[in-house]
Ligand binder design. Structure first.
Ligand SMILES: Cc1cc2nc3c(=O)[nH]c(=O)nc-3n(C[C@H](O)[C@H](O)[C@H](O)COP(=O)(O)OP(=O)(O)OC[C@H]3O[C@@H](n4cnc5c(N)ncnc54)[C@H](O)[C@@H]3O)c2cc1C
Ligand SMILES: NC(=O)c1ccc[n+]([C@@H]2O[C@H](COP(=O)([O-])OP(=O)(O)OC[C@H]3O[C@@H](n4cnc5c(N)ncnc54)[C@H](OP(=O)(O)O)[C@@H]3O)[C@@H](O)[C@H]2O)c1
Length: 274
């Protein structure tokens, strides 16, 4: 029997634009029993017939000719607290030539959309021993899973010391900067380092500069983060740009970290966004 076509099952309740191509979307699922683990993702979908943001690139002909009822679906990390499943938050970057994001960025509060009923993903804290330290490394919107972890477990984080490194090209792309700065000022075991990789084009930025790897390789790491970067006592999470993940992964494997994989226990957990 053919499967019933997917229908919208959620409402966009709020949208906050950080820059014209970076926004936070808050979505209420129709179901009132949505449950997820901090760090997981779900799919978000819109029908092909939804209009694209007028200033986005046009669609390739092959896509433009697709069935207007087709549900375009992509995975997005859930940023909200597990204690507030009634409003799922997503931190999303606009890809001007993409299929879904130009349609998402055209939505206003009140619009209907599709949210996958089943959250997925293993970038979670469940396999971190409580006596370990945790380093959370993100580029771009790869910060999302960590926002959920901090919102869900700020005061009962299941680890000893927690380091967060957030990389972005420009300071305007550092979403959640104030919120994470606030957690770091409140929690003595949380060490937050936002870093800007194109400071020459961002003269107002007074903070850390360089790509995230520079800080991971820094000889001053233990001083800055309050723990040494050693596989015996640390689990590392990497999320976002696949180039960053590949390069950082290599660096950490050289230092004795083990990449977690199906059937392989590891202290290095990764999620590539593309
Ligand atoms: C597990 C998982 C979780 C994800 N969570 C998020 C999230 O929380 N926030 C978020 O913004 N994105 C996230 N993504 C990426 C997201 O699923 C889409 O790929 C992205 O939004 C582009 O969708 P699109 O339909 O507009 O572009 P598409 O039509 O799919 O095409 C875009 C092209 O660009 C590549 N691409 C995808 N994302 C990027 C990017 N950020 N920068 C450069 N190139 C890219 C794709 O490989 C593809 O070739 C996640 C991906 C995965 C696998
Ligand atoms: N940010 C913008 O204003 C902008 C504007 C238009 C289009 N876009 C496009 O939108 C997409 C997403 O952009 P984004 O800025 O959110 O994410 P991104 O391109 O993944 O960049 C986020 C951060 O990751 C860094 N990075 C890239 N490759 C890396 C690697 N191999 N190792 C370590 N760090 C690495 C970037 O450094 P670098 O700065 O050194 O690259 C930046 O600090 C990209 O395709 C981008 O080209 C971005």
């Amino acid at each position: 029997m053919p499967r019933a076509p997917l229908e919208y099952n959620a409402t966009l309740i709020e949208r906050h634009d950080i820059t014209p191509r970076l926004a936070v979307f808050r979505v209420r699922p129709d179901a009132d029993d949505y449950a997820f683990v901090a760090g997981q993702y779900t799919v978000v979908g819109l029908k092909q017939s939804e209009p694209r943001l007028p200033e986005a690139d046009g669609e390739p002909d092959a896509q433009a000719d697709a069935d207007p009822a087709k549900m375009i679906r992509r995975p997005y990390s859930i940023c909200s607290s597990v204690h507030q499943p009634e409003a799922l938050e997503f931190y999303i970057s606009l890809l001007s030539g993409g299929e879904l994001t130009p349609r998402l960025f055209n939505l206003q509060a009140g619009a209907r959309l599709f949210v996958g009923p089943q959250p997925r993903g293993t970038l979670t804290l469940e396999r971190v021993p409580a006596d370990c330290n945790v380093l959370l490394v993100a580029t771009g919107t790869g910060l999302g899973p960590y926002v959920s972890m901090l919102r869900s477990h700020a005061r009962d984080f299941p680890a000893q010391q927690v380091g967060v490194i957030q990389g972005a090209s420009y300071s305007r792309d550092l979403g959640y900067l104030n919120e994470l700065g606030h957690y770091a000022s409140e929690l003595p075991n949380l060490h937050y380092l936002p870093t800007v990789s194109r400071p020459e084009q961002d003269p107002g930025w007074q903070g850390a500069t360089g790509r995230v790897q520079n800080w991971i390789s820094s000889t001053d790491f233990a001083n800055r983060f309050g723990f040494p970067l050693e596989p015996e006592s640390t689990h590392v999470f990497l999320c976002g740009n696949p180039g960053m993940i590949l390069e950082t992964q290599e660096l950490l494997v050289e230092r004795g970290f083990t990449l977690e994989a199906k059937g392989v226990e590891g202290d290095l957990h990764v999620e590539k966004y593309w």
